[in-house]
Design a protein around this ligand. Sequence first.
Ligand code: HEC
Length: 119
Amino acid sequence: MSKLLPLALTALALAACQTVPKKQVIELTEQEARGYAFAKASCAGCHAITANAASANPEAPPFDAVVNTKGLTARTLETFLRDSHNFPGQMAFEIDPAKVDDLTAYMLTLKRPGYQPPI
Ligand code: HEC
């Protein structure tokens, strides 16, 4: 019996876990998923690219903070991403224009009504 008790407790604990509602999973379209993959490869070194995460480079705003900026639309974001002349110093690179649509689509999935910055 003494050997079986921990096992029984583990089984109980596992059963309890299964009744906890699953964390909400956001389903991405194919385009958004491509944008996510690109962001992960090209931007995540500095920016937090998922919701409620901290940027690796503290000077780089997390993507959810960027897209939840008042007045930001798909159009203003896309224009910014296409026009690398606007980029601040640490982003002295060009984004492959073919990737901008994907990237914009993905970044906009982080837009939330009532978004509150983490700090
Ligand atoms: C080498 C680090 C680095 C990488 C890589 C990087 N960024 Fe940035 N990015 C920054 C920094 C630092 C800032 C903030 C600079 C500032 O505000 O002066 C920034 C700002 C931004 C902003 C906000 C500008 C604003 O004015 O609000 C956007 C949008 C952005 N980056 C998009 C991207 C995207 C998309 C990628 C990937 C393709 C990327 N960044 C890759 C460092 C980086």
